[in-house]
Design a protein around this ligand. Structure first.
Ligand SMILES: C[S@@+](CC[C@H](N)C(=O)[O-])C[C@H]1O[C@@H](n2cnc3c(N)ncnc32)[C@H](O)[C@@H]1O
Length: 228
């Protein structure tokens, strides 16, 4: 490698590191502001998305989904929250948990991604929410987070389902795997229900598990488990 090519490469790396450092500073500043606010604002949600800077925008939940999830987590009582798939939504749920004290457990299959999310929470003292590393287990249509019963809360009143990635697993397994831990009347947010796989999962949840649809966004659906 020539001296010029090496210098270009090093400069490119330096620029990326500076950008990541600035995004982190911006993210931390917004988290501090959000912790001081009565309600996380739309602007704060957008600033947290920008600071998190997911390089693949297709993996980020849309803002109306994030808004609805934050509002339900903040207003929806004291039972536990379980999130499947982590990112911006995890940071938002952790800010809410810091205020409400609501037990919040987020499942992540990918070790590097888990590290990235956990570092943001730790750096900002968001210690009420847990991010559990749960590599996928099972084969073909049966793969889901490999999580032991003691890692999951006993009584889940809110499930926020945006993972695992559809290319790796069937995220529609969430309701069956959480089973009776989803209490009667529990709310289930499901992202990407404009896609055929997620649509089919919604239909399965309604037909086989007795959930009903409460609200629909352009790309997401909120359901509720049957009240006995
Ligand atoms: C759809 S994402 C979850 C997004 C999250 N709800 C949010 O608000 O940012 C589901 C999973 O995709 C993976 N993921 C997220 N961003 C990714 C990226 N840029 N490249 C590869 N995998 C990614 C992570 O493992 C994550 O748990």
């Amino acid at each position: 490698m020539t001296v010029i090519r090496r210098a270009r490469r090093d400069f490119g790396r330096f620029r990326m590191a500076c950008r990541a450092w600035m995004n982190d500073r911006r993210l931390d500043r917004t988290i501090r502001q959000a912790l001081r606010s009565d309600r996380i604002s739309d602007e704060q949600i957008a600033a947290i998305e920008r600071g998190w800077a997911n390089p693949k925008p297709g993996f980020v939940a849309d803002s109306s989904y994030l808004r609805a999830v934050v509002d339900r987590a903040a207003d929806g009582g004291q039972g536990a929250v379980v999130e499947c798939g982590t990112g911006v939504s995890t940071i938002l749920l952790a800010i809410v948990a810091q205020r409400t004290g609501r037990l919040t457990v987020s499942l992540e299959h990918d070790e590097r991604w888990h590290g990235r999310v956990a570092r943001v929470l730790a750096r900002n003292g968001l210690n009420r929410a847990k991010v559990v590393l749960a590599p996928l287990q099972g084969a073909d249509g049966d793969a889901w987070y490999g999580v032991s019963p003691e890692q999951l809360p006993e009584q889940v009143t809110l499930c926020v389902c945006d993972g695992p990635p559809g290319a790796l697993a069937d995220r529609g397994l969430a309701v069956a795997r959480l089973g009776s831990r989803l209490v009667p009347g529990a709310e289930v947010f499901f992202d990407d229900t404009d896609r055929s796989e997620e649509r089919a999962a919604v239909e399965r949840w309604v037909a086989e598990f007795g959930l009903h649809v409460v609200e629909e966004g352009a790309r997401w659906t909120m359901l509720e488990t049957a009240r006995n």
